[in-house]
Design a protein around this ligand. Structure first.
Ligand code: CA
Length: 705
């Protein structure tokens, strides 16, 4: 039965390739608006492949009948050993990819020959204000240029042929609260990008820039400014800001408000709207600054006119957010048959655990369905889409910690989803991971570190193997094929841990995904049958893509474990498996048989801390300070992931002076560990040292790593 389809598949593929070749041979040099609007079958021209961000390739040369012949065609080692989140783009035989630290590389897409490389030389001390590792998700292509947004807030235009810098501009409001990790998008000849920073004091926005000069053309701020200013600066969006200002309490603007646009940007030519997702409200804990109300336009999808940035509609998925429920996840647009009617819809699977379907033109709510266990809401109003919030989830009101499902990492984070118009399924990289929230008492803002108003120490993982085993067992991942029309899972694959890779689907009835455990896997798109896998030696978080050149189809994936799950989640960081970083671009094709060099052995460290000589009160204070200032990079309960130093193993623990020199003196500034002297004093550094020694001794007694 299967074999009889092969001829048809190959014929369709040849035709698709021919059409692609016609589009490529047009007179216009470089990437055009027409090409972005109708991507040649063999190419991948923007982050989500096309404007609709479907991440669906029409290519069928690699398909369910021959995918077992897929082998390594070429690979390239990256020169940055941190989390790799980028999707490569391919145009005119050249593959463009970014790596951690916002570096850009261009390769001959057929042979892997390096063509050029660009390093924006992001200062490594930017790391302390990047919530989630030094990651970057990719470039944009337009005309003869490549656009990359650097972690430190610069938007940079490069020459597509040489990688030479054409212009570079700081586009963030300041370089203390904002970072950029997202891929720019091209919409109607402009470069669109926002920024991250909702764990700091950022005010979210999306802006459009002239590709020739970097001049800002329009900007939509997602959070209203101080009403005393009258909102005149918002121009066309004055009314939208007047309305939003009524949904906050107290002096929200002093904290920025959050709502940052750090990932999803989707353009819909049919309606001329740009849809984008916004991040959490800031601070997470509303009581930290007296925030009250829905806090628009945070945790929302917002639609604006593509030419002017003028507000069209919004839909808030998580009102009064206090759980870090960013709505920044990729927004995918498709025509879907719902209830016997063809609807032009936006599909969204944000952190909060519900699949939303909205009408693209009006933003009208069509449905929201939980695809994972949810306990922060008891249901969704079927008319309005508004969640009924579980009173226990308002942890700042109850004064009790709340363990939320999903947690702050989200049922779905930034890892790209894919939609196949052939199956009608939305393939969602899913996390099953709870998160404990506890409001900090007497919390005061300081100028450094996360500014979220939580007490991380109160809910940090205890040194208790039984509790840890329970938490590990409950923390897993899935690849979910969501049947959009029927609002239910068509199939699921259970994965060992959370934070697996993004997804690619193809017309060859294939779905590709990499895992946290380091396997690159192909499944059938319709049934989820595992057909092929390749051991990549390192965990995968990025999404695969595919392209075709000279009658051959290639599948590419950027490998390299890291990101927020690795740096922040302590003993759970390696739940998925191979928690080590080997950063490498891998490209596969049928019949290839390339081999990777043997992986170095896993580093086994033995705990050997000095004896604990402090007081319990001192260690507790140190734990609270660690929870506030250190845990988001060095890991919950002082257990790090694979990227940042595990401080229980630090050779400086025996010396109060050495720890002070780092924590207050900024001795390791160049490596990203800046001085915290604006918030901490000498006794604080000593308390943190005592906490670390205590933790190390506890874990030594447990004989953990
Ligand atoms: Ca966030």
């Amino acid at each position: 039965m299967r074999v009889s389809f092969v001829g048809k598949l190959v014929a369709a593929s040849a035709m698709a390739l021919a059409l692609g070749a016609v589009a490529q041979s047009g007179a216009m040099a470089g990437v055009t608006e027409a090409m972005l609007n109708n991507v040649p079958a063999g190419e991948w021209l923007s982050y989500g492949r096309d404007y609709a961000e479907q991440r669906f390739s029409p290519l069928t040369l690699v398909n369910e009948y021959n995918v077992d012949k897929l082998g390594l065609a070429w690979f390239a080692d990256m020169d940055s050993a941190r989390g790799q989140e980028a999707t490569p783009l391919v145009h005119d035989g050249v593959l463009y990819v970014t790596t951690a630290w916002s570096m850009v590389k261009a390769y001959d897409a057929t042979t892997g020959k390096p063509l050029w490389a660009f390093d924006p030389k992001v200062p490594r001390n930017t790391l302390y204000r990047a919530c989630c590792d030094a990651v970057n998700r990719g470039v944009a292509l337009y005309g003869d240029k490549v656009f990359v947004a650097a972690l430190d807030g610069r938007l940079i235009a490069l020459d597509q042929k040489s990688g030479a810098v054409l212009w570079s501009k700081v586009v963030v409001p300041n370089q203390t609260d904002y970072t950029i990790t997202g891929a720019p998008r091209i919409v109607k000849g402009r470069v669109l990008i926002g920024a991250g920073g909702s764990e700091y004091k950022a005010r979210g926005y999306l802006a459009a820039y002239d590709p020739e000069t970097g001049k800002e053309v329009w900007r939509f701020n997602t959070v209203p400014a101080n009403p005393a200013g009258g909102f005149a600066k918002e121009g066309l969006n004055k009314a939208a800001h007047e309305a939003a200002a009524k949904t906050w309490g107290n002096k929200w603007w002093e904290f920025g408000g959050g709502g940052t646009v750090w990932d999803s940007i989707t353009y819909d030519p049919e309606t001329n709207l740009v849809l984008f997702g916004t991040g959490n409200a800031e601070p997470w804990n509303p009581a930290a600054n007296g925030r009250a109300g829905d806090s628009l336009y945070t945790s929302s999808i917002v639609a604006v006119n593509a030419d002017t940035g003028q507000y069209a509609w919004h839909f808030q998925e998580t009102p009064e957010d206090r759980w870090d429920f960013d709505s920044d996840q990729q927004i995918t647009i498709a025509d879907v048959n719902i209830g016997g009617e063809k609807r032009h819809v936006a599909m969204h699977a944000p952190k909060n655990g519900h699949v939303y379907v909205l009408d693209v033109k009006t933003g009208k709510f069509l449905s929201a369905t939980p695809w994972v266990p949810v306990n922060w809401a008891t249901g969704i109003d079927p008319e309005t889409g508004r969640p009924n919030i579980n009173p226990d989830a308002r942890y700042e009101k109850t004064g009790k910690p709340f363990i939320s499902l999903p947690g702050a990492v989200g049922a779905h984070s930034w890892q790209p989803q894919s939609y196949s118009p052939k199956t009608g399924y939305l393939y969602i990289p899913t996390n099953l991971a709870a998160y404990p929230y506890a409001a900090a008492k007497d919390w005061k803002p300081t100028g450094i570190g996360w500014s979220i108003g939580l007490d991380g120490y109160a809910v940090s993982m205890p040194a208790d193997l039984k509790v840890q085993a329970g938490a590990k067992a409950a923390t897993t991942g899935q690849l979910v094929a969501w049947d959009v029309a029927n609002k239910k899972a068509a199939w699921k694959v259970n994965l060992q841990g959370p934070s697996n890779g993004g997804v690619l689907s193809t017309a060859g009835n294939l779905v590709f995904q990499g895992t946290a455990g380091g396997d690159f896997v192909a499944y059938t798109a319709d049934k989820g049958e595992k057909l092929w896998s390749f051991p990549a030696q390192s965990g995968i978080i990025a999404a695969p893509m595919t392209y075709a050149i000279g009658g051959e189809q290639y599948v590419a994936i950027l490998v390299g474990w890291g990101g927020v799950w690795d740096v922040a989640t302590g003993v759970l960081a390696n739940k998925g498996g191979a928690a080590r970083n080997i950063s490498r671009l891998m490209v596969f094709k049928l019949g290839a048989s390339g081999q990777l060099p043997a992986a170095p052995p896993m580093n086994q460290m033995v705990l050997d801390p000095p004896p604990f000589t402090g007081t319990l009160a001192q260690a507790t204070k140190g734990g609270q300070l660690y929870g506030r200032y250190c845990a988001m990079c060095h890991g919950d309960a002082a257990i790090s992931g694979s990227l940042n130093p595990d401080l229980r193993h630090s050779g400086t623990l025996g010396s109060a002076e050495a720890v002070k020199a780092i924590v207050l003196g900024g001795q390791l500034h160049e490596l990203g560990m800046v001085s915290f002297k604006s918030a901490l004093q000498a006794p604080d550094a000593e308390a943190i040292r005592m906490y670390l020694i205590k933790r190390a001794n506890e874990d030594k007694a447990l004989a953990t790593r």
